[in-house]
Design a protein. Structure first.
Length: 151
């Protein structure tokens, strides 16, 4: 990818261990990475501010929100409404998130933002399903084995 050959400015907002890993990978590639509502693994969260307008891409978690429009941020005590993020961005900025709802896409559009759903891509769904199946699989197998032994 030619555009990735140059340093980019990424903001990762919210998320879980997948976002932590992504932040580290982007830093290792030489990109500037800022995080908000995402902590641990040596990451230092920053408040939303004027630097956000310089982001080439804002990466939101999977799922983007939980509850009443709050950005999904299980690794941070920070509660950040998605609407506040939209207001802090500049028209034309690119956002990527997982399991984007039609309402979220509409709200982003009202602010002149481009919001893409990376989870809608088949390779992302498959890549996310494999670790989930590996983690859940042994539990299901154990339950089945236990149930059959009762017969």
């Amino acid at each position: 990818m030619e555009w990735m050959d140059r340093e980019r400015n990424f903001w990762l907002i919210g998320g879980d261990k997948r976002q932590q890993a992504l932040a580290k990978l982007l830093e290792e590639e030489g990109h500037t990475v800022h995080v908000t509502a995402l902590e641990g693994e040596g990451l230092t969260p920053e408040p939303l501010g004027p630097g956000l307008a310089l982001a080439h891409c804002v990466i939101l978690p999977l799922p983007v929100t939980r509850g009443e429009g709050m950005i999904h941020s299980p690794l941070s005590p920070e509660q950040l409404p998605l609407a506040d993020l939209f207001r802090a961005l500049s028209p034309g900025q690119l956002l990527c998130g997982g399991l984007v709802t039609p309402d979220q896409r509409r709200q982003a559009g009202e602010h002149g933002l481009r919001l893409y759903d990376y989870y809608a891509r088949e390779e992302c769904m498959v890549a996310n399903a494999v670790p989930t199946a590996a983690a859940v699989g042994p539990t299901i197998a154990h339950r089945l084995q236990t149930n059959f032994m009762d017969i």
